[in-house]
Write a protein that binds this ligand. Structure first.
Ligand code: SF4
Ligand code: F3S
Ligand code: FES
Length: 235
């Protein structure tokens, strides 16, 4: 079948502002939207610029706006996209500076991620074997281990668009993953960071983040649990 793509292009070396360009591509319904971008890049216009790596929903590098909603294009099929619109529109994620075409500057995003100390903190002497954990203890943070740092949540959050000081839902998800880990001893450090302005209380419960997450993480629950831990010392 012939599919129409409308892609927002921007080359800072020559363009004053973004321009929409249209492409027609021969595709199958079971192809992914990423396949369409690849066909355009490899056969029609090699200057089209976007990130992708694993092509299997693991690396988190190819989140972008498809038909107005954040998606991982390697996990989104043409038949799903065509149900929404006969012309597939693709734009870079909102709220981050655009470097070129569909590639955004993620430096600020990763700085906020690093600020919540997304690693195990344990100052006890190293055990001879692994640090044991029960199934119930692991279940406490299992959902947030699924995050692939694609930024689809943060870039769909109107609070983040309006207030760049806000750490954003992805950082809170990553903090949650360690705050509730029974092997970790850094919860209070992370909670102190997230209690500051731009932390968890900046969230306005808009819920766009939950809808955008390609991993189905219950982000608002994670935000709620971090707030509870802060207010009632429940970790
Ligand atoms: Fe992506 Fe979901 Fe992680 Fe946000 S929480 S960065 S949407 S995987
Ligand atoms: Fe934003 Fe999600 Fe909170 S969309 S305001 S982080 S509930
Ligand atoms: Fe890795 Fe899509 S290319 S998640």
């Amino acid at each position: 079948m012939q599919v129409q793509f409308k892609i927002k292009r921007f080359n800072p070396e020559v363009d004053q502002k973004p321009v929409w360009k249209e492409y027609t591509v021969d595709m199958e319904p079971t192809d992914r939207v990423l396949d369409g971008l690849n066909i355009i890049k490899w056969n029609i216009d090699g200057s089209l610029t976007y990130r992708r790596s694993c092509a299997h929903g693991i690396c988190g590098s190819d989140a972008m706006l498809v038909n107005g909603r954040n998606r991982l294009v390697c996990k989104f099929l043409m038949k799903q996209a065509l149900k929404e619109s006969q012309v597939i529109t693709i734009e870079p994620m909102r709220g981050f500076p655009v470097i070129k075409d569909l590639v955004v500057d993620m430096d600020g995003f990763f700085a906020k991620y690093k600020a919540v100390k997304p690693y195990l903190i344990n100052r006890d002497p190293e055990p001879e074997k692994e640090r044991l954990q029960s199934e119930a203890q692991h279940a406490r943070f299992d959902d947030t281990t699924k995050c692939i740092l694609c930024a689809a949540c943060t870039t769909s959050c109107p609070t983040y668009w309006a207030d760049k000081e806000y750490t954003g839902p992805a950082s809170i998800v990553q903090a949650h993953r360690f705050i509730f880990d029974s092997r970790d001893q850094g919860a209070n450090e992370r909670l102190a960071i997230l209690a500051d302005s731009g932390g968890v209380f900046t969230c306005r419960s808009i819920f766009n983040c939950v809808e955008a997450c390609p991993r189905g993480i219950d982000i608002t629950r994670a935000i709620y649990e971090v707030r509870q831990a802060m207010l009632f010392n429940k970790t």
